[in-house]
Unconditional design. Structure first.
Length: 401
């Protein structure tokens, strides 16, 4: 990890030069075609996912991090099994840590009906060092033409409308065209390396580079980042830095886990000092990992002193993972704003230039702020010595979160 990032020039986020810079950093092309639709909370995204599954004609590829038995799991397995009965090919990737809560009985019935399943790095004696790096990607792809990406997974806490602590606040994005094919690639990369099966042909990539809507000015331009970080290759961290650096007016982040390294903290502070409106929305004590929250608290004071505005969402756990810059550019996907996502886990994100989609994200951000508490520098400085010691201790393990 370099001690600091520098740049020769960072153009505006809606420019071709900026997208080419992202593409160069990520080693991925700039693409056009397809559209993105923001879906807030299970009340919106779960019916859309089930509807897409029920309309599948050829293939369903389903990859998520957490899969736990319950009502949501039952409905998904029912839809996937019905698809198998329609002669649709269905494949599931389960993470060897996050997927251990899956309903084994339902999974066996799914496999007996013809479904295929693979596990990413399950625990094995003698291979525990491999267990440390997880597959945190989200990619649900129907017929290679419709996909879903975001923070949600399969557990009942993602049902409902974030109406209380038992129902989480989260977002998914429904994508079409080449963006869906990017999600397909995120799935197939893990599937091939884990299951050993190569997925080839138009039932997986139906457009073969010919995407509808490419002449429509409302169509999204985007860069897809499929990250498998190594000790010297951290594409998502670089994308985060470059996207924040390019902000001219406003930068809004919503993350469930926020433990940025020094380089990312510095660029947030730099932009706030320049007068850019930098706001960060995070969970409160409904978070599912208190030590992560304590570690993030370690950096609140330096960010607040620089003019960054920080808020904590109050009604329930907020699990969204989004950035919107200058009302024009958005980042969505599986990655958190922490070191585990940028340097350890397999992740996938989409960087999208499309004003209507960015506007939806920004409007959602401000709706969420209505239910959030702003952290004030004066009050924050008065926190107890015990809390400060707790923060310092938790931050010692920041690279593990």
């Amino acid at each position: 990890r370099p001690k600091k990032h520098t740049n020769s020039e960072v153009p505006p986020v809606d420019s071709e030069d900026f997208l080419q810079a992202l593409a160069g950093v990520a080693n991925a092309p700039v693409q056009s075609g397809g559209q993105a639709k923001l879906l807030n909370n299970g009340e919106q995204f779960f019916p859309e996912i089930l509807d897409a599954i029920n309309k599948a004609e050829k293939t369903i590829n389903f990859m998520t991090y957490i899969w736990t038995k319950g009502k949501m799991s039952d409905l998904v397995f029912e839809g996937l099994t019905n698809a198998l009965h329609r002669k649709v090919e269905v494949r599931i990737v389960l993470d060897g840590f996050g997927g251990t809560g899956v309903d084994d009985e339902k999974l066996e019935l799914f496999k007996k009906a013809g479904g295929k399943v693979c596990w990413f790095r399950p625990a094995h004696l003698g291979k525990l060092t491999r267990f440390y790096k997880r597959n945190h990607r989200r990619a649900i792809v129907i017929d290679g033409s419709t996909g879903f990406i975001g923070g949600a997974a399969i557990e009942d806490k993602w049902l409902g409308n974030a109406e209380g602590p038992e129902h989480w606040r989260d977002s998914m994005v429904k994508v079409t065209g080449s963006m869906a094919e990017n999600l397909q690639s995120a799935f197939i990369q893990v599937w091939t390396d884990t299951y050993g099966e190569f997925l080839v042909g138009r039932k997986f990539y139906p457009h073969q580079g010919k995407h509808e809507g490419t002449k429509d000015p409302t169509t999204s331009k985007h860069v897809s980042i499929i990250s498998s970080p190594s000790s010297e290759f951290h594409p998502i961290s670089n994308i985060f830095w470059l996207s924040i650096k390019a902000g001219r007016e406003k930068i809004y982040l919503t993350y469930s886990y926020f433990v940025p390294d020094k380089t990312l903290r510095n660029i947030l502070k730099e932009k706030a000092k320049e007068g850019v409106d930098v706001r960060i929305l995070l969970p409160n004590d409904y978070i599912d990992g208190n030590t992560i929250r304590w570690a993030s608290h370690r950096y609140f004071e330096e960010l607040l002193q620089s003019g960054v505005k920080i808020y904590e969402y109050q009604p329930t756990m907020i699990h969204s993972k989004t950035i919107v810059v200058d009302g024009k550019f958005s980042i969505v996907g599986s990655a958190n704003f922490d070191i585990r996502s940028t340097e350890l886990n397999k992740e996938n994100i989409l960087c999208i230039v499309e004003k209507d989609f960015a506007s939806d994200l920004e409007n959602t951000f401000f709706q969420d702020l209505k239910h959030a508490k702003q952290m004030r520098l004066g009050a924050w400085k008065k926190r107890s010595i015990l809390r400060r010691l707790r923060e310092r201790f938790a931050s010692l393990f920041e690279e593990q979160y």
